[in-house]
Design a protein around this ligand. Sequence first.
Ligand code: SF4
Length: 380
Amino acid sequence: MRITFPHMGNSYIAISSLLKELGLDVVVPPPCSKRTLELGIRYSPEFVCLPFKINLGNYLEAMDQGAEAILMAGGWGPCRFGYYAQVERDILQDLGREFNMVIIEAPDSKLPSLLNQVRQMGIKTSWFQVWSAIRLAWEKLKAVDRLEALQHYWLPRVADKSRCESMVDAGLKSVDGCGELREMAALVDKVDRDLSGLGRDVDNNNPIRIGLAGEIYTLLEPFANYYLERQLGRMGVEVVRDVNLTQWVNDHLFGGVLPSAPSLHTTLPLATPYLQYWVGGHGRETVASTVGYARQKLDGVIQVAPLTCMPEIVAQSVLEKVQEEEGIPVMTMYFDEHAGEVGIITRLEAFLDMIRWRKMKTGDTDAKNLSGSRRRLCQH
Ligand code: SF4
């Protein structure tokens, strides 16, 4: 059985490793592209959220490469995610595609139930092999998170942005191809050393720091957010993102107790004065992250979500109060297939310009930094 799964940023590195180590024949869908989205749009309901459309495109492209089964997460709650897998299955069946759909229900802290679901896929490996596969995939997740964090830090600070991006891409490729648990950390350390050897951007020694919050898929899949993190890095901004893959696994499979991984469980209470209830998706986490970023004295927050995402619409309505009371500027960006790169860059420039003037007014930046930042803006 040749199995595929939807893309979500660099998660494919760990997911494909896990499935291969469990003895499955894996078809990784081609990276998300305009074609992926076009295929998804053609066969999806018009008003469904963007991640659904991209997922559907992923499946169709993977099936063209021989995939016979789809692994998809199930879900429940007040938003549409709980219906994704079933609706996607019906659409593909209506298109005459023949395949199996394996729906892994959200295990929320019940690791044994997840392992049982995985074994029901017909995997004939021992528990020891399952454990080794999980450990390797976990190390890959950690490596991916570290590489992304390195990019957040170095991209605004180095002069040769393209070189920085290619070094991170090469690092991700090495992690993808690495089968040795012990080599993983060394691969990332090497990328770290190489990045710190790049020449600095002398006009940007004190970059603006922006926190990203919002719906997890749109945050982690660069194609869905029009490469927002790299756009910001190239504009001289250091990105801070507390939603990542190890945090998600820690919070949803281990109840947030793994000491070696971040957890939003600790920051979630920060949302309570503004939003007491779970509203589905990452709505409450978005509010908590924004309050957390304000208290870490970041310069601003961008909320990222697909158009019509209900939990993020609820969060957005609350963020107005958070902005006022916590004293941090927040901008919301919704993405769908009609968004355009030029419009996105214009909004980012306006937001950053406002933050720079705000910083200058409060004496939080020196004249050299401001003029350097403004020069960069003029070059766009
Ligand atoms: S969280 Fe938002 S984007 Fe995700 S399924 Fe729910 S409504 Fe759609």
